[in-house]
Design a protein around this ligand. Structure first.
Ligand code: ATP
Length: 254
């Protein structure tokens, strides 16, 4: 099944696009390291936005700051127009931001089902329809619901990390390197599922080293270099840009 991209749907319906996430002049330091040096970004409702950059550029720091895991030294993070920097991470989850972290970080000693329960902690109890949605997106997780998460394959653990984030019914889903270390076939599957999640109405901010795949599912992209945004453009333009192709798509500079 081909899932229409958000861009196609927006063109078809001319839906208004309001900012769901805004980063303004964001500076974040880890001790003496200035990881983010004043970044500005916008993610609009319904978009898939890719954040690209080399190792150490500050991509993970960006997502962790949005989730309240790092406090900015200055600047603002706004979700649906409201300042959220300074809020604890559980409050940010409660507002509707889900985070599938780098390295998956599933609870290895818990079963698949128990991990999914953990993702639903913002609600008093797990909602059956949320579980059914996750199992429909990831049938593999349904088959393995009683299996210990630590015994899942890398791809299955990635599915579980994404499923766990979705159990909190996020309006905005942060995905940190979902394709890392996975075989090409599994990578293709994961990106299809990202498209499907977006088509179901969830906005996505995607951090990826796999720039080619990320830009194929994204509406727009930002390039982060040593803590600064150096490019921002529609994904199709970035895919064609000689600098992006040379730096992130493994092609010789033209
Ligand atoms: P990667 O793709 O390798 O994960 P990244 O773009 O996600 O890289 P970050 O992990 O955000 O980059 O790191 C940005 C910079 O901040 C790097 O120089 C990194 O060494 C540094 N850094 C990140 N976390 C910490 C920390 N907890 N303590 C000290 N320095 C840190």
């Amino acid at each position: 099944m081909t899932v229409a991209t958000q861009r196609e749907r927006q063109t078809a319906t001319a839906a208004p696009t309001t900012a769901i996430l805004e980063l303004a002049g964001l500076h974040v330091s880890h001790g003496a390291i200035n990881a983010l040096k004043g970044i500005d970004m916008v993610v609009r409702e319904g978009e898939v936005v890719a954040l690209l950059g080399a190792n150490g550029a500050g991509k993970t720091t960006t997502l962790r700051t949005v989730s309240g895991l790092h406090a900015p030294a200055s600047g603002a993070v706004r979700f649906c127009g409201e300042r959220i920097d300074g809020l604890p991470s559980h409050a940010i989850v409660g507002l509707g931001i889900g985070h599938s972290p780098e390295g998956r970080r599933v609870f290895a000693d818990m079963t698949v089902l128990e991990n999914l329960h953990m993702g639903a902690y913002r609600f008093k109890r797990l909602r059956q329809e949320d579980l059914e949605r996750v199992f429909a997106l990831f049938p593999r997780l349904a088959e393995r619901r009683t299996q210990q998460a630590g015994t899942l394959s890398g791809g299955e653990q990635q599915m579980l990390a994404m499923g766990r984030a979705l159990m909190g019914r996020p309006e905005l889903l942060l995905l940190d390197e979902p394709s890392m270390g996975l075989a090409p076939l599994v990578v293709a599957q994961i990106f299809e599922i990202i498209k499907e999640i977006n088509a179901q109405g969830t906005t996505v901010l995607l951090v990826e080293q796999n720039a080619a795949q990320a830009l194929k599912v994204a509406d727009r992209g930002y390039v982060l270099e040593t803590g600064r945004i150096t490019m921002q453009a529609p994904a199709s333009e970035l895919l064609d840009d000689p600098r992006v192709r040379a730096a992130y798509l493994g092609e010789a500079a033209r």
